[in-house]
Design a protein around this ligand. Sequence first.
Ligand SMILES: Nc1ncnc2c1ncn2[C@@H]1O[C@H](COP(=O)(O)OP(=O)(O)OP(=O)(O)O)[C@@H](O)[C@H]1O
Length: 361
Amino acid sequence: MANITLKEIAHSYTGESENPDDFALKRLDLTWRDGGAYALLGPSGCGKTTLLNIISGLLIPTRGQILFNDQDVTRLSTEQRNIAQIFQFPVIYDTMTVFENLAFPLKNRGRSKKEIEPRVIALAQMLGLENSLHTKAQHLTADLKQKISLGRGLIRQSVNAILFDEPLTVIDPQMKWELRSQLKHLHKKFGFTMIYVTHDQTEALTFADEVVVMYEGKIVQVGTPEELFEKPAHTFVGYFIGSPGMNIVPCELQGRTALVKGQSIDLGTSYASPTSKNVKLGVRPEHLSLNPPGEEGLPVRIVKVDDIGRHKIVKVALDDAIFNVIMPEVAAMTGDMGSLVMSSDHVNIYVDENRVTGGTL
Ligand SMILES: Nc1ncnc2c1ncn2[C@@H]1O[C@H](COP(=O)(O)OP(=O)(O)OP(=O)(O)O)[C@@H](O)[C@H]1O
C-alpha cells in the first residue's frame, strides 16, 4: 500500500497543446494518503473519470507524473500498479458462480485453495452474498451482480488502492444506502485507500473522510464534509453542496461591512478592498433566519414558501437579491414581509469566485 501523488498532472485528449481549453484536466497536484477514504465529486464532464483513469493506469497523462510513494508509475499498467477498479456496470463472468467470480482475482494470481476459500466466504458474508455462492451470476439481479463486482475489487488484500467509478448507478435506491454503509465498514476493516467517484453529494459526504471537489477540469477544494459545508473554498462548492445550495449574492466590501443592495451586513472582521469587482457574499440557508417585519434584520419580501416536511424553505428577496432560508416546520409565517438575520460567523466572502478571509487581501 502506498501514498499516491499526482505531480503537475494535466490531460488533453487531443495531445499536447498551447490552448488551456484543450485540457480536460488542468494542472493539478494532490496526494492521496495511504488508507484514506476519498470521494471525487463534481458535475458531469468535470474530469472525474479522466482523473480516475490516470490513477489506475488506463490513461497516460499528457503532462506530469504519478508516484506511488517514491516510485514513478506514470507508464505502468493497472496490473503493475496493483489497483482494483470498479465501474458503473457490473464486470463479472455470467457463466461462473458467485464463488468462482469472487475467487477469480486470487486464483488468477496463483493463490492456493486454502487461502482463497475462507477469504471468499468471509467477504460474501460481509456483502450479503453468502446464500448465492453457488448460483450462476447470470441468474442474479443487477444489485447482486454489482455486489459481486464490489467483492472482486475487495478480495485482494495487497492492492494499493480501490477505485470506484459511480458504482451504485445501477443499484436500487433502497439498496444504495445499505451498500454505501457496507463500503464504509469494509474500508474501516481492511484499511485500503479508496477513491469513490460520484456526482451525488449524499454519496460523497456519507462515504468519504475527505472529499475532492472538481469543477471544469480543476480541483477546487479538498476537505472534510464539514469544511465543504461551512467554508466552501469556491462559489461552485457552495452551490453544489447542500440542498438548497449556498446563497451567493454580489456585494461591496467596506472594511468589516458588506453592502448588499445598499444594506449593511457586519462581517465581524475587517477585509481589505479587493481590486477585482467580482465580490460575493455567501451564506447557507441553514444559517439564516427570519424575524417579523420591523424587528432586527434586513428588510425582505417573502417570495415563496415550500413546506417540505421536516422544515420549510422560504425564498426571500432583498431588492432583487434572492436568499433561501431554512425555517423550522413550526415557524409561523405571516404577511409577505420579514427581516432577514445572518450571523457573521457563517458569512463567507468570495473574490473572483474564491473564498478569502479577513485581512488576507
Ligand atoms: N475519450 C475521450 N476523448 C475525448 N474527450 C473525452 C474523452 N473522455 C472524456 N472526454 C472529455 O473530457 C471531459 C471530462 O470527461 P470525464 O468523463 O472525465 O468527466 P466526468 O466528470 O467523469 O463526467 P461523467 O460524470 O459524465 O462521467 C469532458 O469534456 C469529456 O467530453
